[in-house]
Design a protein. Structure first.
Length: 115
């Protein structure tokens, strides 16, 4: 294994170690705070949609991984978590997305009390 490969593995281990249960909860709360402020299409069932999305965000943050890609951190997810992450980035039929979702997640992770 080359030195660069060893460094890459060390960075990946450190990123995985950052995602404690508290950090994941902080990320979920940051996403819900963001969702509460983002522009939404008015729907009569908006409270139910928000609650259903809270469950989806909890599932996303419970299973997400962080990776370092060059000079930035990338949030990865699979299955329904990937779908939720894409909707948060690009929007859905009832809310606008954001290009800054990774930053929102990382803010929640880093302000969760670990750092």
């Amino acid at each position: 294994m080359t030195l660069l490969q060893e460094l890459d593995r060390a960075v990946q281990r450190d990123l995985a170690a950052i995602l404690t249960p508290e950090a994941r909860e902080g990320a979920a709360q940051a996403l819900m705070d963001w969702l509460g402020q983002v522009r939404k299409v008015p729907h009569p069932d908006l409270p139910q949609r928000l609650e259903a999305y809270r469950v989806r965000i909890q599932a996303l943050t419970a299973s997400m991984t962080l990776q370092f890609d060059g000079q930035r951190v990338v949030v990865k997810a699979t299955g329904t978590g990937e779908r939720t992450l894409n909707e948060l980035r690009y929007g859905s039929d009832w809310f606008e997305g954001s290009d800054n979702i990774t930053e929102t997640i990382m803010t929640g992770v880093t302000t969760s009390g670990r750092y």
